[in-house]
Design a protein around this ligand. Structure first.
Ligand code: NAI
Length: 303
């Protein structure tokens, strides 16, 4: 039945059931998109409160997507919403949540030890053929994979926020990830009508590796008094075709997130430290709790 959709895979292994761990901002988005495109999805989190919050995120987003796809057709909107929910189950038992999975996508807290603990546990209970993927933005995939006995079936699957809108998914191949695993993940992403790109397991993968130094240089340019924040935002929007200026983007990403990425990269020394040199403005804003959109103020005000 599935050979039609998965004609490019070389064996019969095809993903039907996906378990997503973490029902936060990213997890909920991944669950929604997978379910929308016909995968049977189990959304797993630590307790019912987190699951309910994830469901609310999906509900709000799904309504927007349905309206956009079927403008004046209320029946078609409802059909899409009902179809998507019919593909979603939830679980607060992490072992049970993995039982059916052909693919496990992890989108829990950004902490190496916590991710390793989860995958170590799942490795013992998941199907032997199940593929494991992490949505981490900043941790090495190979370090997380070491917690398992299936490093050939382990990769990074890096989605972007907001998941239902952002077309790109970076597939991260470690030196152990098999070709077969990569191909299957590529097919899954294509079925979600997203655009996969492939990258080695290096800091920031493609997008953040280029974006973070650009954001930091924008901050330092203003810090050096060479231009105003407002003019830098305008310049990059109108002169470089960016949908958001760098300061708007910093606020969208979260200044604490940006700071923790550059601090981490400086510490592990894998990329040129000048590219991620610290900035006093950034450090001061984070210190005073101005973290961007989510706190109402960052470089810009949002009240
Ligand atoms: P979040 O804080 O919104 O959600 C994390 C969820 O994981 C929470 O609901 C938490 O209860 C749950 N969780 C924690 N431990 C768990 C466990 N052992 N089992 C099941 N659930 C557990 O975080 P967010 O922003 O969704 O990020 C998740 C991951 O995605 C992180 O690794 C992050 O680096 C990555 N990421 C984040 C992006 C962003 O823009 N926020 C973009 C791309 C990747």
């Amino acid at each position: 039945l599935l050979s039609h959709n998965f004609s490019s895979t070389s064996n019969n292994y095809a993903v039907q059931n996906i378990s997503v761990y973490g029902s936060g901002l990213m997890g909920a988005g991944i669950v929604q998109v997978a379910a929308q495109y016909g995968f049977k999805v189990t959304m797993v989190d630590l307790n019912q409160e987190f699951i309910d919050r994830g469901k609310e995120i999906i509900n709000a987003s799904l309504k927007r997507v349905a309206k956009k796809q079927h403008k004046d057709d209320k029946a078609a909107q409802n059909a899409l919403i009902e179809y998507t929910w019919s593909n979603i189950e939830t679980d607060i038992d992490s072992v049970r949540g993995a039982e059916k999975a052909d693919l496990i996508v992890e989108a829990i807290v950004e902490n190496l030890q916590t991710k390793q603990n989860l995958f170590q546990q799942l490795d013992k209970v998941a199907k032997p053929n199940a593929i494991f993927a992490s949505n981490t933005s900043s941790l090495p995939i190979s370090e997380i994979a070491k917690a398992t006995q299936r490093q050939d079936k382990f990769a990074g699957l890096h989605f972007f926020n907001p998941v239902p809108q952002m077309k790109l998914v970076e597939i991260i191949k470690t030196s152990q990830t098999s070709k077969e695993t990569y191909k299957i993940l590529n097919d899954v992403i294509m079925k979600m009508e997203k655009a996969p790109v492939i990258c080695k397991d290096t800091p920031g993968f493609i997008v953040n590796r280029l974006l973070v130094p650009y954001l930091m240089e924008s901050i330092r340019l203003v810090e050096r008094g060479e231009a105003s924040m407002k003019d830098v935002d305008t310049a990059m929007k109108l002169g470089a075709g960016m949908p958001m200026g760098p300061f708007e983007l910093c606020d969208f990403v979260g200044l604490d997130t940006l700071k923790s990425i550059v601090d981490g990269w400086r510490k592990d020394g894998k990329i040129d430290a000048n590219l991620v040199a610290t900035s006093k403005i950034l450090d001061d804003l984070v210190e005073s709790g101005h973290l961007g959109r989510k706190s109402g103020k960052g470089f810009h005000k949002y009240v």
